[in-house]
Design a protein around this ligand. Sequence first.
Ligand code: PEP
Ligand code: MG
Length: 581
Amino acid sequence: MQTLQGIAVSPGVAIGEALVVDNEGFRIPRRFVMRDVVDDEVERLNKALDFVATEIARDRDAVAAQLGSDYGAIFAAHLQMLRDRRMNEELTSLIRERHHSPEYAVRTVLRRYAKIFQELRDDYLAERANDIFDLERRLLRCLLGERREELAHITSPVVVLAHNLTPSETAMLDPEFVLGFITEIGGAGGHTAIVAKGLEIPAVVGTGSFLRDVSGGELTIVDGDLGRVILQPDEETIARYRREVEEHRSLAVRLQSLRELPAETLDGTRVTLSANIEFPREVDACLDRGADGVGLYRTEFLYLAVNSEPTEDEHYDAYRQVLMAMGDRPVVFRTLDLGADKLGRLPTHEEERNPFLGLRSIRLSLKNLPQFRTQLRAILRASVLGSARIMFPLISSMQELRHAKMVVADTMEDLEEAGVDFDREIQIGMMVEVPATVVMLDKFLPEVDFISIGTNDLIQYALAVDRSNNEVADRYRASDPAVLRLLDMSLTAARQAEIPASVCGQMSGEATYTMLLLGLGLRALSVPPAGIPEIKKICRSVSVSQCVEVAKRALAMESPGEIETYLREELRKVVPELVLC
Ligand code: PEP
Ligand code: MG
């Protein structure tokens, strides 16, 4: 049994067989082969060994011709390893005697050899482990036909283990079969985490490297509540976690009974609980959880579903589906927030050194006006089908806000001229995600109908901590006193200007912060659909006056740890079942 600690990014517990997806996207799913095809499988292995030997010899000759025979000798060592009699016998016997697939045998044997080298306290020999990994990759590439198995095609229940999963790869996972996932890198605020929550797949990221020790097929537990991963758990641990899965299930059933009830505090204050979505199909989960609307529709995820730039009609179709399903409940269309860790750059765009500080989000939209207008036309056309709102992400200056609004006005004019119907009174809001915007908020507020505070970005920009980097994940904390003050300043400014404000960053979906946010005056939260019942339960268990006291005390504290502990204790007093150890 091996336990790893990572960052909990999507709650819940998953127990299942490990499916390793390595850097090149290889999956080694087939552990066993049928008895009657063993000869064929050995033959397949031998062919792969021959093919890779020819490949290496070719590389050796090419490098030797260019750089001299000393360099070519590196490959000679690879060839020698590949032809090692003992290794070949071990591979063959795993197939013949244990009926392992050649892919599985290659991974198991070569990783064991690499580990032996790594553990030798000699830098030169430890380096040889990399040569073995190189051989392993070559063999797998050959055996698997160089085909990057699509993550989308997983069809048996597994826990996915990967070095990294991009937000788009995560979006391909089918929650029916992917019980959970673990990645070696990644941070709590990254979009991979957000997609995992949307799909309701328990996930832990940023565990550090461990993949070299696993071959796939091992029983694995993902504890998405505490950020723990357990490889090859013992019986007692399995039994404990199975009980936990049951408890999760029964808590979810109990909370589901609140579905038809309003999110109203004990002293009668109504809180609006909306949902964050990335894909139209999530409206079912919104309705199922009794969402008051869609408070944040991350429209850029449409780029994952289509291979090229989405057309106006593709945008329109997606928006239509959401509006129609939500009826008269408001749907906030956040305009494209591309760039940084998500997709989409200008075709001519070069790699950015600091993409989170670069051409992302509204900056990218304002630089690529045809793309922006296409989206706005689609939103406006769809606006007659329900209660649509437009929201601009990452606004950091007044000029930017005015420019974006002007593009909306121009687009409206075009539609008007073309005789296309749209909602002329559509509300326009902005996200508050940049500390400079918080400081200047009183100037922005008269120019918008609503604001939504994006704490995911606000935290990273306020604390200078990359939201998706596990190296600094311990510094990325919603409970930082500076974050609390920025929230307080924003909500106070909005209240004074009588402009509705909500919070749609992940913080609003975390039970720990609900009392604080209500105490700071927040009356609208937008959270992943799965988080709605839990937050509603808290709203219905507290009074506003109690929350005001909590917020006051938290604001006076100095350290994130102290604030977090305090908030958890206060929550424990009112809804103990929601506080995990
Ligand atoms: C945020 O930054 O808090 C937010 C909601 O937007 P995103 O996570 O998509 O950047
Ligand atoms: Mg953001």
